[in-house]
Write a protein that binds this ligand. Structure first.
Ligand code: ZN
Length: 432
């Protein structure tokens, strides 16, 4: 099924005409409303009138994650404050989150692309959708919630966690679709096994999974343990949240909703645009966002684009599974973690050295974050009780910044390897 055939199956020529029209309007509006973009256009010698073809997008300036930080919280806002009806946020590189305001028009567009997403995944109004994405500042919960209701399905807003209760509801309410992170899907399967519930005896049949990287191998594992077809989705707070792209039943890449999001692939080193089929960094421009339009956002996600016709009938370009990142960001339990965040916390705590190692592992399908921290000579020779309270303090400080609780292991002074060049701070033992 296709939710919005008019846009999802539009001949590419017409789609590109629509994209150009919307891009021009977007550039004109940003030039008028957002000083950051006015200056960036000026620096590049761009006037709204100089955007004449879609190829001109390559002349526009990039927006990077640090631009959100530099303009925190509302410097990139393109509408008056009274038009903002919702504010979401995601974690940022220095503890300050990326703030994403939405107008009612933005919420409408987001709901529409989420309705397309869930329909493409194979959901309909006959379904009962248990939404185990986290509700709150994170865009997953409410994004799926509104999309599910728009499709007409019955939405159960369980949010994440409390897995035994999730299982009870799957059984009692006849849940057919589970929406959650891929890892949480595995935790559900494992917990079902523990309590002796055969998920095959339930009505569960479909999973719409995302918000963290997962491999084809992981998909096979999920589909072997849960009675679901596992559909991959892609999205990010800076652009809209979930709803940027989704697989169709043919599972040959994720269709990007190009009437709202203009996609390019660039060489991560040079920033030069790369042709279809080549692997590089995904760059996205929002074409219809009102509160927080973004020009050429560097996602840092590595993928490639394929515009060839798809058997499903959609004409929208497909992006391949994201295979890596251009930076050192880690995604742990769906949360963005930067080694630089950890470093800045450690620098604030007296008694520890800014020498650390981050170990990420996956135990029972749950990501575990362990941080080894060197303590100073003075502290190390001190009594045990003091070390314990230091450990507790480091954990608490990190927890408040990262949003997850890492395990802390205090180690002897000078015990962590020193390197001349870029330190290898992260050991990721997960097989993604
Ligand atoms: Zn398709």
């Amino acid at each position: 099924m296709i939710w919005s055939p008019k846009y999802e199956t539009m001949p590419r020529k017409d789609l590109e005409r629509l994209q150009l029209e919307r891009l021009k309007a977007q550039v004109a509006r940003l030039n008028e409303k957002v000083p950051f973009y006015r200056q960036a256009f000026l620096d590049k010698g761009i006037t709204p009138a100089s955007i004449r073809s879609l190829a001109d997008v390559a002349r526009l300036p990039f927006t990077a994650k640090h631009d959100f930080r530099d303009n925190y919280p509302f410097g990139l806002l393109a509408v008056p404050h009274d038009e903002v009806v919702r504010i979401h946020a995601s974690s940022g590189t220095t503890g300050k989150p990326v703030v994403a305001p939405y107008t009612s028009g933005d919420i409408e567009m987001w709901t529409e692309v989420m309705a397309r997403t869930l329909t493409s995944a194979g959901m309909s109004k006959m379904d009962i959708m248990q939404n185990a994405y986290g509700y709150g500042l994170f865009t997953g919960g409410l994004g799926f919630h509104y999309g599910g209701e728009r499709v007409g399905a019955a939405v159960i807003p369980t949010s994440t966690g409390n897995t035994k209760r999730q299982l009870m509801l799957i059984q009692d309410l006849g849940t057919t679709v589970i929406t959650c992170t891929p890892n949480y899907a595995l935790i559900i399967a494992e917990t079902a096994l523990e309590i002796g519930l055969d998920l095959k005896s339930t009505r569960l049949r479909l999973g719409v999974l995302g918000a963290e990287p997962w491999s084809e191998r992981m998909r096979a594992e999920i589909e072997a343990k849960l009675p679901i077809k596992a559909i991959d989705i892609y999205g990010l707070t800076e652009i809209v949240g979930p709803g940027v792209s989704v697989e169709c039943p043919h599972q040959c890449g994720m269709h990007i909703f190009e009437d709202h999001f203009l996609a390019e692939i660039v060489d991560p080193r040079t920033g030069e645009q790369l042709p279809y089929g080549e692997k590089g960094e995904l760059v996205l421009t929002t074409l219809t966002k009102e509160a927080l339009p973004v020009i050429r956002f560097r996602t840092k996600d590595i993928t490639s684009l394929d515009p060839s016709p798809c058997k499903c009938g959609r004409t929208l370009v497909r992006m391949s599974k994201v295979t890596g990142r251009t930076d050192d960001m880690l995604i742990v339990r769906g949360i963005n973690v930067f080694p630089s965040q950890i470093e800045s916390v450690l620098l604030e705590v007296e008694g520890v050295e800014p020498h650390y190692q981050i170990i990420v592992d996956r135990e029972h399908h749950l990501d575990e974050l362990e941080i080894w921290v060197e303590v100073s000579e003075a502290v190390f020779s001190d009594e045990m009780r003091k070390l314990e309270s230091l450990e507790k303090r480091v954990r608490k400080e990190l927890e408040s910044v990262l949003g997850i609780s890492p395990r802390i292991k205090l180690v002897e002074p000078k015990s962590l390897a020193r390197t001349e060049g870029k330190a290898k701070r992260v050991i990721d033992r997960r097989e993604l």
